[in-house]
Design a protein around this ligand. Structure first.
Ligand code: MIG
Length: 835
């Protein structure tokens, strides 16, 4: 990369070059200078070159070269056009400003400070902000008191990262404890929340083994380090957490809209061993009326655990089975591990033969193909960082697509290797990079380990898309990297059947959602071990609100299908699965919102209600589903004691009764997290609800100001609901709801064959008015009528739509008024007046 080109640009602005005395940094550090540029600034300190560029007014990219040149401008996570965005900045004496932030750089130390235009610090460096030793680097930033940190994907250790230390190194972590690190994924992105300049994000785009220390080693200092690789990071200003997440997903990509069936209940097991067993499970699910959309085939359906094969003895007619399942409203998802069996007879196994012929596998340092044991025995490993290898690999899914299999499950892609203490490839295994805008070269496994799983899912996603261009690809992965949400949904791997893991699952899914992975799942029941009946029932209740809801368990453990503990437990579990299906229009609307904005489906309460960070209740696994629903499980589910739920200001309804909740004003009870207390901020306002845990009840609240769409119960998303679309109106400020619908599986929605409609409500002197906005898109929905229920309504009422009276009925106990309208495809107002 030529530096000359940049210096020319630098001179065009009112540039300031500041010479400062050398610091004790070795003989190379003779001078330090700061030079303003059109889009940011550049500084040199000794051999180090640092460039800060404004990609947008809110997003900065910082690159540091150890030896006078910047690292290669390439990325696995951020596509070239996004990395190359620029905005013009205004030079200031010690840096520059955009329309939203000010950047100051001390060229003597390379210390960077980002503030808002009022001077409030968004993020500032700590002493010794950049240290380089050989290829090793360490970055240090300040951790102000009262700021909390989230993200880094599904790492364990609770919700808040403050005070903890983490490593990014994709690891097969069977039976991980709620404190183990690293586990399966590396998503080197986190968000600081609660600081004076608002929420901000940092994405360290480095695929090597990196480490993140949030004040564990040194109080008040965030330390990010790595042994090698580019010093290349992005700072994203908010000020809201939502803005940070949206901008992070602008950079690394949005999760595409999933097929609607992926939001249904999914039944899995390691493994359903025969076609008969799978048919029996399917039949029982329908017989017991547990709505279900997907059945999963784990490695037991393969011949000798070898990907892209089928065990013909146990599954003599997989295509027929899949077709029968489809007829009953079930989709099949099959596991495809990335390893390719290397010990099958020559000529009998195309993935190996064609892969060898095409030179598609990674190699040892001596140039021979790397062979190592995994499920099929000796195996070889696709070189996914070559585009041509990804294309070849993607094509291997043809048979599965032809058989009607609906999606792929990429497991073991850390990559996991058996019989070695490191559980993965040697660090000197050779991969070839020949893709995107990287300069083609060979790279060690040490560099590509953390992105290998993501490139596996990329190959799978692209392959499925090519093989069935009008279907939405569905891929689930265990390992990934930042930006992996573009290719796959994910789950948290081999958790355990314990109460701690149930709680941890929400903390993991929350942090995944803040890290771009909006579709998180955890094995319902816990993969390892066996749950008590109560634990399994609770897991169904919580799992019913996961973005992806899949029951899965390990071989040799007790069975955990919903009926295994008898009719009483089954009845509770079924009720929660059913509720998820009733909420499908809302859930699907969140999926649409996520695809467009990056807003997670399952969120921490502070995402939409920042005051939640300062609330006194134990919120360790309280969460929201979209903005409208707040779910508050008992903080200690294993030893149920009465607990308080803090509801953010604005008013809430009990989801189950539809009645207003939390009449008791929030008190200043109990201690809050000490770091938060230290800021001396006032406690948040809101309502307090006291809950006494009951196994058959999960407290769920609806924000006052919600129009919640729901549908009649179905046994799968393949079934057309019969009856009207239901709209529950919970009056309150900023009252709104959104309808989203499409055909559920094809790409037609990208061509406008969708339905999107905003609905609003306003309290009036006489009662309430509901406004249907103009509908977007050409999709014709399944409903012909809308059944509207207005909550918090007392006494009689008159309803009129388009100046005509509409019959209504009221329920004094439920405090509702309900009426039915024809589908409101056009803009319209409905008024409801007290009589
Ligand atoms: O070495 O395919 O996390 O969900 O059931 C175990 C068998 C391999 C690990 C996955 C798990 C899956 C199992 N797999």
């Amino acid at each position: 990369m030529s530096i000359g080109r940049f210096l020319k640009v630098a001179l065009a602005t009112s540039s300031v070059a500041i010479a400062v005395p050398a610091l004790a940094q070795g003989p190379a550090a003779a001078t330090a200078t700061g030079i303003n540029r059109d889009n940011g600034l550049e500084a040199r300190r000794g051999a180090m070159l640092m460039r800060v560029e404004a990609l947008t007014d809110m997003v900065l990219r910082v690159r540091i070269g150890r030896d006078g040149t910047l690292p290669e401008d390439a990325s696995w996570a951020v596509a070239a056009p996004l990395r190359q965005q620029r905005v013009k900045v205004t030079a200031t004496p010690d840096g520059f400003r955009t329309s939203a932030v000010q950047v100051r750089l001390d060229p003597a130390t390379l210390a960077l400070t980002v503030t808002d235009l009022a001077g409030k610090v968004i993020v500032a460096d700590a002493p010794s902000p950049v240290a380089v030793e050989g290829r090793t680097f360490t970055l240090r930033k300040a951790l102000p008191q009262g700021e909390h940190y989230f993200g880094l994907g599904d790492k364990t250790g609770g919700m808040d990262r403050r005070g903890k230390t983490f490593v990014d190194w994709n690891t097969d972590a069977y039976g991980f404890s709620p404190a183990d690190d690293p586990i399966y994924k590396s998503i080197p992105f986190f968000i600081g929340v609660g600081g004076e300049g608002g929420s901000w994000g940092m994405f360290l785009d480095n695929s090597w083994r990196t480490a993140f220390d949030f004040g564990h080693k040194t109080d008040g200092v965030l330390e990010l380090s790595g042994p090698d690789g580019p010093i290349d990071y992005y700072l994203i200003a908010g000020p809201s957490t939502a803005e940070v997440v949206r901008r992070y997903t602008d950079l690394t990509g949005k999760a595409p809209l999933v097929p609607q069936w992926a939001l249904g209940y999914q039944q899995s097991r390691y493994s359903y061993e025969t076609a008969d067993e799978l048919r029996q499970v399917a039949a029982r699910l329908r017989q017991e009326k547990v709505p279900t959309d997907v059945l999963w085939l784990d490695i037991g359906f393969l011949d000798k655990n070898t990907p892209f094969t089928v065990n013909k003895t146990k599954f003599p007619d997989l295509k027929g089975l899949v077709a029968d399942m489809r007829h009953d409203g079930f989709k099949a998802v099959t596991i495809t591990d990335l390893h390719v069996g290397a010990n099958r007879p020559k000529g009998s196994y195309a993935p190996y033969d064609s892969g060898m012929a095409g030179d598609h596998f990674v190699k040892n340092a001596d140039g021979s193909v790397y062979v190592a044991p995994v499920w099929p025995g000796p195996s070889v490993f696709p070189d996914f960082t070559q585009k041509r290898t990804r294309d070849w690999y993607g094509g291997l899914f043809k048979e599965q697509v032809d058989m009607g299999i609906a999606g792929a499950w990429n497991d073991m892609n850390e990559p996991a290797i058996f019989e070695t203490p490191t559980k993965t490839m040697p660090l000197d295994v050779q991969h070839r990079i020949a893709t995107d805008d990287f300069t083609p070269r060979t790279a060690n496994h040490a560099e590509l380990h953390n992105i290998y799983g993501m490139e596996n899912t990329r190959a799978t996603f692209d392959g499925l898309q090519k093989l069935a261009p009008d279907e939405r690809p569905f891929v689930m992965t265990r390992a990934s990297y930042a930006g992996g949400q573009r290719y796959a949904v994910t789950w948290t791997g081999d958790n355990s059947a314990t109460w701690d893991h149930l709680k941890l699952s929400i903390q993991q899914i929350v942090n995944l959602g803040l890290s771009g992975f909006s579709y998180g799942a955890a094995d319902v029941s816990g993969f390892a071990g066996g749950p008590s009946a109560d634990l399994l029932t609770r897991w169904f209740e919580i799992g019913a609100f996961y973005p992806v809801f899949r029951d899965h368990s390990a071989t040799g453990t007790p069975r955990v299908e919903p009926w295994v503990d008898g009719p009483d437990h089954l009845a509770i579990r079924r009720r929660f699965v059913e509720e998820r299906y009733r909420l499908m229009p809302y859930l699907y609307g969140l999926a649409d919102q996520n695809a467009r904005t990056g807003d997670p489906i399952l969120r921490p309460v502070f995402y939409d209600y920042p005051s939640a960070l300062r609330m006194s209740c134990d919120q360790s696994w309280t969460f929201t589903l979209g903005k409208a629903l707040l779910v508050a499980p008992p903080p200690t589910p294993e030893s149920p004691q009465a607990y308080d739920v803090c509801l953010p200001q604005g008013g809430w309804f009990d989801y189950w009764t539809g009645l207003p909740a939390g009449t008791k004003a929030m008190q200043e009870t109990g201690p809050i997290q000490s770091a938060t207390q230290a800021t001396g901020e006032k406690q948040a306002q809101g309502d307090l609800v006291r809950e006494t845990p009951r196994l058959d009840r999960l407290p769920v609240f609806v924000r006052a100001g919600t129009i919640l769409p729901r549908q009649p119960l179905v046994q799968s998303t393949a079934e057309t609901p019969s009856g009207p679309l239901q709209l529950d109106v919970y009056p309150g400020d900023d009252c709104q709801g959104t309808l989203y619908a499409d055909d559920g599986h094809s790409m037609a929605y990208r061509r406008g064959v969708l339905l999107r409609q905003a609905i609003r409500c306003t309290r009036t002197a006489e009662g309430i008015r509901i406004d249907f906005d103009r509908r977007q898109g050409s999709f014709r929905p399944w409903w012909r009528e809308m059944r509207v229920t207005v909550h918090s309504w007392t006494g009689a009422g008159t309803v009129s739509a388009r100046n005509r009276a509409v019959a209504s009925d009221t329920d004094a106990t439920a405090q509702t008024l309900s009426f039915t309208l024809p589908d409101q495809a056009r803009a319209a107002s409905v008024t409801i007046a007290r009589r």
